[in-house]
Ligand binder design. Structure first.
Ligand SMILES: Cc1ncc(COP(=O)(O)O)c(C=O)c1O
Length: 397
């Protein structure tokens, strides 16, 4: 009896969380460089977000989409203005946002372009969620084992490989779905020239470019939307995690011209766009769009990357440091779980991305001192695990 054992848990039992700190039942404090898996971008218990939730809490929680919900209109208008897109469909998670994007792309291809068997191109080592369609879209076999028969119409191509991509895109391609930094797949940023070419090929074939910003959106890469750093304009963007800072939310944004493919009765969600979630998202956007916030925060995130490159990359057993903004991966020459566990014992919480990558997803409000402390802890812990004897020249962050 109890919980399905779907998660490998870390054994820590949090009872309090504030900013970048989590406290557990035993009174231990941890520096949280997981942000609840890339969710609490503004840190735990952000006062402005809490206040917005409290206000809405006392007004109306849930009425369903039978009703007009003014806060949905406000948040969708804000997201439209910020993203250059026009329409929003609200749901409750990243997988649901991608599911909506897949449905929209198929329907648009069939009803507007007359494509009989629409195909969706996605990339190897990608991650798009755990529903049947999104796990099929995901470019990792391990999430699919035992779940067949899977939906048809998904084609996977190697990431950052233009030749393979050009060989697969064609008149039946309804959409190309991708992450600009593959998160779960090992913190792999898309090559800029590759992305320009993908966007151009999508335009040439009439395929929708769907950027999955579930993990990269809301400041994680240093821009509000990661795509702004790649100089492309997607047709569809999906968001979740950081938009709610811990309150469940998801959204699919789409460009003008797609709305007719998602008319009444085509798609729905009972909880999607619930007033509580909307009040939270509105406050999150207020904070992220505060003048100077993202610029200042990005500089601290880049300092984290710099310190990782200087102090960790040269060490034996570390293959590479990858990332940008506030998403960083440390690729090891062995499984990363023992390092993650050793760091937790020393009070630093980090996560995995694939078997050999340690992933850092700190809140965007992490201070420079906290960044320095984290790098020092990783360096010391790695050297202990490695039993590397140094002359001290690599320490002293
Ligand atoms: C890029 C990406 N897409 C989709 C998802 C799925 O989101 P959710 O777990 O909210 O369904 C995730 C989750 O980690 C993700 O990183």
């Amino acid at each position: 009896m109890g919980l399905f054992p779907t998660y490998r848990r870390n054994g820590i039992r949090p009872v309090e969380a504030s900013g970048v700190t989590i406290k557990d039942e035993a009174g231990r404090s941890y520096l949280d460089f997981t942000s609840g898996l890339g969710v609490c971008n503004l840190g735990h218990g952000h006062p402005r977000v809490k206040a917005a939730l409290e206000r809405q809490w006392n007004a109306v929680w849930h009425v369903s989409n039978l009703f007009e919900i003014p806060l949905q209109e406000k948040v969708s208008n804000r997201l439209a203005e910020l993203s250059g897109l026009s329409y929003a469909f609200f749901c409750n998670s990243g997988a649901e946002a991608n599911e909506a994007a897949i449905k929209l792309a198929r329907r648009y291809a069939q009803t507007v372009r007359g494509v009989k068997s629409p195909e969706i191109l996605t990339f190897e080592t990608s991650f798009h969620g755990r529903t049947l369609a999104t796990l099929t879209a995901t470019g990792q076999e391990k999430v699919k084992v035992g779940f067949g028969p899977l939906p048809s119409g998904f084609i996977h191509v190697p990431f950052n490989d233009m030749e393979s991509f050009r060989a697969k895109i064609g008149p039946d391609t309804a959409a190309v779905l991708l992450e600009l930094v593959q998160g779960e797949g090992g913190v792999r940023p898309a090559d800029h020239r590759f992305m320009q070419a993908v966007a151009a090929e999508c335009r040439r074939h009439g395929a929708l470019l769907i950027v999955d910003e579930v993990q990269t959106g809301m400041g994680r890469t240093g821009e509000l939307f990661a795509f702004q750093g790649w100089g492309i304009q997607p047709d569809v963007v999906t968001l979740a995690k950081g938009l709610g800072n811990g309150f469940p939310i998801g959204v699919m944004l789409g460009r003008a011209g797609l709305e007719e493919s998602f008319g009444p009765g085509t798609h729905a969600s009972t909880f999607g766009g619930n007033p509580l979630a909307m009040a939270v998202a509105d406050a999150v956007l207020d904070c992220l769009c505060e003048p100077g916030f993202l610029e200042q925060s990005r500089a601290v995130g880049e300092r984290l990357g710099h310190l990782l490159r200087v102090h960790l990359e040269p060490l034996p057993g570390i293959r590479s440091v990858r990332g940008l903004g506030w998403i960083w991966g440390l690729e090891l020459d062995r499984p990363s779980l023992p390092l993650v566990q050793a760091l937790a014992k020393r009070g630093l919480l980090v996560t995995l991305a694939g078997e050999r990558v340690l992933r850092l997803l700190p809140p965007l409000v992490t201070t420079e001192a906290q960044v320095e402390r984290a790098v020092m802890l990783i360096e010391e812990t790695w050297m202990e695990l490695e039993e590397v004897v140094t002359d001290g020249s690599v320490s002293g962050v």
